[in-house]
Design a protein around this ligand. Sequence first.
Ligand code: ADP
Ligand code: MG
Length: 697
Amino acid sequence: MTFKNIPEIFGEAVFNETVMRERLPKEVYESLMRSIRSGSTIDPTIADVVANEMKDWAVEKGATHFTHWFQPLTGVTAEKHDAFISPVSGGKIAMEFSGKELIKGESDASSFPTGGLRATFEARGYTAWDPASYAFVKDGTLFIPTAFCSYTGEALDAKTPLIRSMDALNKQALRILRLFGDTTCEHVDNTIGAEQEYFIIDKKLYDARPDLLFAGRTLFGFSAPKGQELEDHYFGSLKTRIAAYMADLDESLWRLGINAKTKHNEAAPAQHELAPIYATTNIAVDQNLLTMEYMKKVAERHGLVCLLHEKPYAGVNGSGKHNNWSLSAGGKNLLDPGKTPQENVQFLLILAAIVKAVDDYQDLMRLSVAYAGNDHRLGAGEAPPAIISIFLGEELDAIIDSIVEGTDYKGAKAPMMNLGIPSIPVFRKDTTDRNRTSPFAFTGNKFEFRMPGASQNVAMPNTVLNTAVAESFRLFADELEGAKDFHAALSELLRRTFRDHKRILFDGNGYSEEWKQEAKRRGLLNLENSVEAYKTFLADKNIELFARHGVMNRVEMQSREEIYFENYAKVINIEALTMIEMASRSYIPAVEAYIGDLSKTLKTKLTVCPDASCKTEKTLIETLSAWNDEAFDALENLKTLTSSAASNADVKKRAEDFCYRVIPAMKRLRVAVDQMESLTSSDRWPFPSYSELMFKI
Ligand code: ADP
Ligand code: MG
């Protein structure tokens, strides 16, 4: 491999702070940075200058076009490329890009999901520049990260509510910091690091499987003799082909200024993970979307395909995206317990706010990770259950117990605090204890939300988390700002909050059956599938939450609810239709043909040796005929239920039908086909097997 100067190539395709400082006039640069840091609007008089410099820089990098890059509610990103060219006299052109074009784009929104938000006669949508997320050049185009709204200003994307939630969180968190005497901090930043899991498969094998092509996951497939039981893949040495792919991927991401940091093999065969260094959330989300795009694109260069689906294969682990979440003020991590009693108490108040937020808005947390693909993971004993709970670790649990009960904390390693809270010692959270089964775990100086799925945009989980925590902060600040005796009020607030929300804390085995029972006793929600989660979205308390913090209004939420149900129904419909096609045109005829082979053999055998028992042929013919009849019946049943589900005019009913009637019918068909696969000659089998898909790489 040729030597690459990584510091030199890092961020070379990005119009980042360094480039801006170098290229923009000083006043323009400073004005832009002020707007970015404070989240205020850009002074329109500087926009032309910024746009022109951006264009010159991009053209030097080989760009001919620009695009507003946005995140419609399809789950993937969207782009429409415009050339910089502008006609000048003499039949010539000039390369131009104005401030107006940079700040605002107008695009036909009618083909993106809007959940009925925008009447069809008003099809215009607007994209608006998000200057905090740097523009970049990719494949000859200047990409400008933007938010996407309807003509009347309603958010039609994932990014807008996320940015609004970061603003709300900042506003309320600052009130908390002020209570502890911080008068200088100007902005509380929300940071995330998204650990991205994925599968790799050979392109030729992928192309041979219609289910992977249409649904992103295998809908049939008899288990390979070997799965992940030997635990030999996790952190195992990288295969040459995979190592080359990962190196290429890292380099591509580094050029785009993405801090791809760690890479390793995951639990399942051909499963891997990439983790970046954390960043401010709106930027980290953009970067994660780019990472996913490049994972796929770079794979193609290596004759591979990257699968981001949550459950490409039955029987082995699926892929998630652990969302590490924290708050930072002036570079200081607010989820770091700190070194002094003062810092410890502030930390405990922030912790209490998070505990309360997650308990009060369990439904929204669950909803934020609810979609058809992720239903295969949650609660399946490989990823957190569908029940939301928080893991804090032994030490914090003991401290919370002592606060609730007003007793001395036994594990004290240092003097007690003297802040009106009787029993809290100085503590440093040790990060050794881990609970991999918890959906939301404290890992020393951040929370790790482990429910998000590999393919999803994590904007919504963070929008929910930020807004819910902002709400706790608001209530706490309202109470404490007016208190006569701050420390007494703080002590009382902590005690009450931890007492009232203790039910959400759980550090046992989240995969166990007992936890389901226990959670039920505690009154925690167990929303077992996406459809049940969607039904909670428009509860009054949720509408109030988002409205109060200016994150989403009722209309925006209603449109999203419709898109949730609609998208769910569409995904299952595609899966069902793919199964119908594969079974009727390939599996059933293949088994018929094999039965034909066997029958011919049987006949020939009996001609040659009339006394032969022909046990093998007879048994196989009999068993396969029975399974093929069952497959045929299951297929007919699936056809009927799928078309009946699809014909529901009501979107909620449609999703329910797909969930409760079509999915069981899909499972029934799969059982029959997988059984036949185990009995049929591999020569006769129409598609590559699990063994090939997972192990031939
Ligand atoms: P582990 O999952 O073993 O805890 P790391 O400690 O390396 O692994 O962190 C995992 C992810 O958490 C990384 O993407 C990392 O950048 C991110 N992370 C670390 N600190 C923070 C933070 N303060 N805010 C958000 N994410 C963070
Ligand atoms: Mg992790």
